[in-house]
Design a protein around this ligand. Sequence first.
Ligand SMILES: Cc1cc2nc3c(=O)[nH]c(=O)nc-3n(C[C@H](O)[C@H](O)[C@H](O)COP(=O)(O)OP(=O)(O)OC[C@H]3O[C@@H](n4cnc5c(N)ncnc54)[C@H](O)[C@@H]3O)c2cc1C
Length: 393
Amino acid sequence: MPVDRELPTREAEDLIALTREIADAELAPKAAQYEREERFPREVFRLLGDAGLLGLPFAEDIGGGAQPYEVYLQVVEELSARWASVALGLSVHTLACFPIDRFGTAEQRRDLLPKLVGGRLLGAYCLSEAHAGSDPAAMRATAKRGDDGWLASGEKAWVTHGGQADFYSTFLRTPDDTATAGGGRHGISCFHLTPDMSGFSAAKPEEKMGLTGSTTAAMRLEDVPIPRDRLVGAPGQGLSIALAALDSGRLGVSAVAVGLAQSALDLAVSYATERETFGRPIVEHQGLAFLLADMAAAVESARATYLVAARRKDAGKPFSRQASIAKLVCTDAAMKVTTDAVQVLGGAGYTRDHPAERYMREAKVMQIFEGTNQIQRLVIGKSLAGEAARAGR
Ligand SMILES: Cc1cc2nc3c(=O)[nH]c(=O)nc-3n(C[C@H](O)[C@H](O)[C@H](O)COP(=O)(O)OP(=O)(O)OC[C@H]3O[C@@H](n4cnc5c(N)ncnc54)[C@H](O)[C@@H]3O)c2cc1C
């Protein structure tokens, strides 16, 4: 069932209608097969780019769609309702464009951004390392000062679009810069890397439980020469750039999670109205209808959390805590709703004849990436403590 959305403009309504059309015609028919074959749908991203959907929250003067975040996120949710891997890809691409959009020089914004948000290129975001996921300040991959820039070595782990992307927003230690020599949180800088750079290559993709249409691979840096103009922001500003990007990125993941949960709910409701036991459709058994009611409550309340955070962001208000709340609530809701959808379908739900089991596998990782849900609780807790301290409590 199409979600009845409250959209701020007529243009946004048209955008959602266009997204549904594309999602029904181009994503839904391919999703199950590509996921089964672990195939990355590069051509689908080109199509989304041509339709103007890869640059929605960016300014018009650099080729973006100038849409409020609340509209962009609902587009992500609509795509996710048909194919979560693709919606996640859009969210990661937006995350990868963020550093240059927000922290790039006038030249980088002018020369690079139109290409990045224009639809032909796809981005990736390289923050995590094998030993540094929840604690990115523990990263080791390093860019040392060279004659005309830096020389980078190390390995970034878990890169969504690793080996498939056209550009990589990459965070590396820069120990030779005076501003960053102290190491730790302040010793990290952000770089714009491209796959044509010598010594920069992808490892074999990870074999994952779900989201198998979304390639995830480590990226190796073997003495990669990085020219000066590839530094984004100031030396040592990398971790703040990474964390600021993640505030917005978490909202993208929240929208992906809600789209997936909505699909699982729709599937469960449709099955429950057709499947009969004890002489009537299972939806007429109160015990089962209550399960569906809880699923619907989880989906709608989760959607509300990401919209609240997005509207704060659109209004220029702080939204970091609300983004963490949305990520926690939406991804936990997706896990619960997809698990319950399998239950509603009974034995059929446990087979690959229906997408319920795939939805459940896809939901799990959403509680893990872009900050695990334990880390979201840490962020929310710190924010509450900070607020209490400021209020002198
Ligand atoms: C499919 C997939 C795609 C990904 N895509 C990207 C990407 O594009 N770019 C990127 O940079 N990264 C990406 N990641 C990495 C992801 O962000 C990390 O996996 C995640 O941050 C968790 O880090 P970790 O796996 O090292 O777990 P760990 O940090 O080792 O955590 C292990 C467990 O300990 C818990 N834990 C850790 N510290 C604390 C604490 N202080 N308090 C309480 N509990 C704690 C965690 O919640 C978790 O349950 C991806 C991961 C996956 C699986």
